[in-house]
Design a protein around this ligand. Structure first.
Ligand code: CA2
Length: 147
């Protein structure tokens, strides 16, 4: 198995740094990908990033990771709360899955309290802002290297 980790970013995350800084911070998605990439280097993991505003494109990326990537780290954005097709695609991925959020959805509006990713996630990192990207890669490394 390669040491590539697929980092997936869902809808609207391409707008980070632009609006709602009080919730999501001032860093851009490129900043977070940089954090994840650097964290990966420390574990000899290569981080491949895909962002899409389209559910089907995220599902295609998960399918493409099967048998090729060691782990998936996913911030599915609002798809987290209802996109069962993403749940099913992640269930068909055989490596570890880490669910990632900048904010902590469980402390926000009730509709954000449900995660369809959580039942298929091996770890969840939420509410740590940009640091969560390093934490999620560290968690993925630990899961990948677990004997
Ligand atoms: O906290 C997170 O990382 C979220 O996954 C972010 C999603 C939200 O729907 C989830 O409940 C929690 C939203 C990302 C949208 O980001 C924006 C950034 C700038 C301007 C508007 C939206």
């Amino acid at each position: 198995m390669s040491r590539t980790v697929l980092l997936l970013s869902g809808p609207n995350l391409n707008l980070l740094g632009d609006r709602e800084p009080e919730i999501y911070g001032t860093e851009t998605l490129a900043d977070h990908v940089g954090t994840a990439t650097e964290a990966g280097l420390a574990h000899d993991l290569h981080v491949e990033h895909v962002q899409s505003n389209h559910e089907g494109e995220l599902i295609d990326a998960i399918h493409h990771a099967r048998g090729r990537c060691a782990a998936v780290v996913i911030n599915a954005g609002a798809f987290t709360h209802y996109a069962w097709a993403i749940h099913d695609a992640l269930a068909a991925f055989d490596g570890p899955v880490v669910e990632l959020h900048l904010s902590d959805p469980k402390t926000r509006e009730p509709w954000r309290h449900v995660s369809v990713v959580e039942p298929v996630a091996d770890a969840v990192i939420a509410g740590h802002g940009g640091d969560g990207y390093r934490m999620a890669i560290d968690a993925a490394a630990e899961l990948v290297d677990r004997v």
